[in-house]
Design a protein around this ligand. Sequence first.
Ligand SMILES: [Fe+2]
Length: 338
Amino acid sequence: MSTLLSHLSYVAVTSPDVEASVRFYEEQVGLTVVDRIDGAVYLRCWGDYYAYSVVVTPGDQPSMATMAWRTSSAEALDEAVRRIEAAGATGEWVEVHKIGRAYRFTGPWGHSMTLHWDVTRHQSAGAEASVYPDRPSTRSKVAGAPRQLDHVTIAASDVDAFTAWYSEVLGFRHMARTELDEAPISVFSVLTTNEKSHDLGVVLDGSSAAGRINHYAFWVDTREELLIAADVLLENGVAIEYGPSIHGIGEQNFLYYREPSTLRIELNTGGYRNYVPDWEANTWHPSQGSNNFYRNGAMPMSMTESFPPADGPSATEEGVPDEIKGALLNPYAKHGQG
Ligand SMILES: [Fe+2]
């Protein structure tokens, strides 16, 4: 299949307190507000090439409103829509702020996805204009501020089926998966539209909720910036949930923390670049350090929380053998692998 999608372009999230979230994105993450329209706030990283990469909208709970990908051409957008509808999903054409025509559909596991070719490129003026032609604006003055949006990781009740659908229908490359040491159950997979290990991740959702997000991530250029960001966040009283450390899968440096809505965000840098068109995904086990390269830091249980928080009994509490219940709830904790 020709490459239909080129990269993740924006993530729209909901927050019970939009202003608190926006203030955090501005002051602690280093994003800039570009527009406020009908309660929605549009923000961008200093190096994002388009008008915005994050939209914060009001909502009762933290959640993902939609995740947007730019296609590789106008024809690729039409082809993607044809394939989505042939696969049994339905969506609609929508007008998106500073994007224009876009196709929005809900995937089989309840995740809203927006595909578009049209964009508005960003070019700052005045004091925010960069001296370098390729930069859309000057580097942020906030220490450790990310250059651009990087990836989104959602939660789905069947990791392998989710991976197969998005690979077969939209042409994502499947790069790696994690299977429990205790049982042949997939708990994590990474997919990509480009040379990165992933711009779409999927974690196992043990609840009956649909369309949940686990986190989304921004890119910083260097490990040193990521460490400075961690330092400054702690000095500012922002708790770090997990990291800094390195993932085994993808080999990126990572740092996880929460914005005021409680939604988890991540800073990422480093990792391999993979251009192999017929790459075959390897299966990792947590004991191999899939999540923590150094195999010495247990992932906190809180990292298994996805958004919005799930109500009712978890699937992991029913019909699951006791010996793998704990591993399902936190597949990385048992081996102290992080
Ligand atoms: Fe991530």
